[in-house]
Design a protein around this ligand. Structure first.
Ligand code: SAH
Length: 233
């Protein structure tokens, strides 16, 4: 008897949940076909990607394209990265619950939201004032309390919150800024697209050993928006 009563109730609950997030099925598809099938396997990363409502991070007019297999424009000449790239970079970054993470290029706030559930604290810097403001507002509205967005120039990093266990760049500098290597904790890891739009970019991983030595490897050709230089005061 209990079972019979429970069944319709659970259908009702499922229906309600679905109604609350009509994009859940699209998101599950996105994770399976675009990310898992292409080799991203970390269960925590996949769970984060299944959970974060990507459609709420893109402009309303682009909502239908939010789960498609390509980057989406977020205005000001900037894009939210393709879902696969977010998954691949997050797995490569290997964040842990005890970590403080620095992101350069908050953009829409999506990557920061994905990191939010995988780390203790996420600090994200954005150079376009309107994007910094809207990313902070979206993250706050959706309840990502361990993410702090600051308007600033990523070339300088965030010295007062350093050192960071993990640093991720979502815009490409021609070379990894020295300030960011300095702000990486011993045992830490930095993941960044490096290079130019003209001559090509590589996704680079830098590990800092416990005694402070840097080990660098390139993993994938990529195409990110360039990391722009802030105006000097
Ligand atoms: N991580 C973002 C995607 C960002 S696109 C997301 O999940 O939506 C790259 C972002 O880097 C853009 O918003 C761009 O304005 C920003 N950016 C470019 N140069 C920068 C710099 N020097 N410092 C901080 N942010 C920068």
């Amino acid at each position: 008897m209990v079972g019979r009563r429970f069944l319709p109730l659970s259908f009702l609950l499922f229906g309600l949940l679905r109604a609350e997030d009509p994009y859940a099925a699209q998101r599950a598809d996105m994770v399976r076909t675009q990310i898992e099938d292409r080799g991203v396997r970390d269960p925590g990363v996949l769970r984060a990607l299944r959970t974060v409502p990507r459609h709420l991070f893109v402009p309303e007019a682009a909502r239908l394209a939010a789960y498609a297999d390509h980057p989406v424009s977020i205005g000001y000449g900037q894009t939210i990265s393709q879902p696969y790239i977010v998954g691949f970079m997050t797995e490569l970054l290997a964040p842990a619950r005890s970590h403080t993470v620095l992101e350069i290029g908050a953009g829409s706030g999506y990557q920061a939201a994905v990191l939010s559930g995988l780390a203790r604290q996420v600090n994200s810097i954005e150079i376009v004032p309107e994007l910094a403001r809207s990313a902070a507002a979206t993250l706050k509205k959706l309840g990502y309390e361990n993410v702090t967005v600051r308007l600033g120039d990523g070339y300088k990093g965030w010295p007062d919150a350093a050192p960071f266990d993990r640093i991720i760049l979502t815009a490409a500098p021609p070379e990894i800024p020295q300030a960011l290597l300095d702000q990486l904790a011993p045992g830490g890891r930095l993941v960044a697209p490096v290079g130019s739009t003209l001559f090509g970019q590589q996704l680079v991983v830098v590990d800092k050993t416990a005694d402070g030595k840097l080990k660098r490897r390139s993993v994938l050709p990529v195409m990110f928006v360039p990391m722009v230089r802030g105006k000097q005061p």
